[in-house]
Design a protein around this ligand. Sequence first.
Ligand code: HEM
Length: 456
Amino acid sequence: MSAHDAWVHYRNWGREYGKLVYVQDKNILILNDSRVAIDLLEKRARIYSDRKMTAMMKLCGAELNLALAPYSNNWRRKRKLFQQNFRQSTIDRFHSHQYDKIHEFLRQLIITPDNFMQHTLALSQRIMFSALWGLDINPEDPLVQKAVTSTSTMAQSTLSGAFPTIERFPWLRFMPSWFPGCAFKRVAEECLSITKEANTIPFDMAMDNLNTGKGTSLIAELASKCKGDLAEIEAIKAMGFTSYLAAADTTVSSTSSFTLGMVLHPEVQAKGQEEIDRVVGRDRLPTLDDRLSLPYVEAIYREVMRLHPPLPLGLEHSLIEDDFYLGYHIPKGCSVVPNIWAMNRDPEVYSQPDDFLPERFLHSSTGPFTSINTIHAFGFGRRVCIGRYMADNTVWLTIASVLATLNLRLPKDKEGSDIPISEEYTSNFLRHPKPFQCSITPRDMCAERLILATSS
Ligand code: HEM
C-alpha cells in the first residue's frame, strides 16, 4: 500500500474519528465498516442509491453510462434490461465466449509469455466484444482505443476538482469553447464524440453481421426484437457500451492481481495446482462445472477479490433524503463513499488482514462457497455490480485454467537466479498492479498439449 492512497487515508481517519467520517467541505461520508455499509447502502437502499452527475460529466456523455446515471426512471428502465440479460440464470449464454477467449489467452501465454500483461488486457476486452456484439476484436483496433479514451476522460471528469471552473459555474457549458475558462469544452466535445462512436460502431457492426447472415449476437438479437422502438434500441446500445466500460478494466485488474499473487506466493500456487490435478485430472482443462469441487481454487479467487478490489472506493452512492444513523445526521445530497479496500482488511473481520492467505476462507465457519453478495468488491444495494455473475465466472475460470496448465514464477537473471519483484499497485480510482515481470511456462508437455488442443 502507498502513502498516497486515498483509501489508506480514509481508513486511518476512520480509526481516529469512528465508524462514520463526514468531510464537510466535500460533503462526503466515508464508510470503512462493511456492517455500516450494509445498514445504509443495502437496508436503506431506497434513499442511498442516487449518483451525482456533474455538469462536466453530462457534457462528456456520461448519461449513456448506466453506472453513472442518477437514480431515476431512466436508470430503472436500463437496469431492468441489464438484469434480464446478466442475472445468474441467463449468463450460461456467455460461457462459450468465456471458454474460447480464456483458451486463446492460454495459447498466447505460451507463445509470447513476456507480453502477459497485454494478453490479460486483451482477454477481458475480447470476452466483452464477443459476448455482447459477436465481434472478434484485438486491443489495437481503433474501436477499442475509442472506448479506452472515452473511459479515461470520463473517469477524469468524475473526479471532483478535475475541472473546477465548470463545477463552480455550470452555466459555462452554454458558452463556446473559445470563451475564457471554457477549455474544458474542447475536452468534453472530444469525449462526447468518441463516446458516441464507441456506443454506436459495435452496435452497427453487430446489426450488419446479423442482417448479412455473418453471425448473431446478444445485442443484435435484442435489437431485432424491438421493432423500431427507438428508446429501447438506445437502451440496448447503452447496455453494450456500459458493460464494456464497466467490465474491461475491472476484470483485467483482478486477473493481474491473481498473476502477481501467484508469483509472490508459490506455495499457494502449488496447492491450487495439486487440487486441480487431484479433482479434475491432467487430461482435460477445468470447466465451470468443476467449481464446487475445488474449494482451494475458490479460496484463492476469494482472497484475490478481498485483498485487491479493482474499485477500492467502489462508486459513490448519493443520498436523496436527510437521514439519521447511530445518532448522527447525514445530510441529503451527501456522497457516500464505501471504502471497500478498508472493509476487506478490517482486523475485526479478518486476522492478518494484509496477508495473502486463501486458507482463511477454508477455515471460516461458512467455507469458501458463500453467496456472491458477500464479495464486497462488487459493491452494494440497488447499485451493486450488475455484471457480477459474469465477472465472477470469467475471473474464476481464468484462475482455474491458468493453475491447471502454467507455472507462474519470479523472473530469472542471466545466472538463473530469481529476480525479486515488489507488490506495487496504482493509486488510481481503478487500482491494479503496476507493470511487473514474471516467467510463464507450461507446467509440462501434457499441459502444453492441452493448451494447443484448444485451437482445434
Ligand atoms: C471483477 C470485475 C468487476 C468488478 C470488481 C466490478 C465492480 C463494480 C462495482 C464496485 C460497482 C459499483 C457498485 C456500487 O455502486 O455499489 C459496479 C457497478 C457496475 N458494474 Fe461492475 N464490476 C466488475 C465487472 C463488471 C462486468 C463484467 C459488467 C458487465 C457485464 C459490469 C457492469 C456493471 C454495471 C452496469 C454497474 C453499474 C450498476 C448501477 O449503477 O446500477 N461490471 N461494478
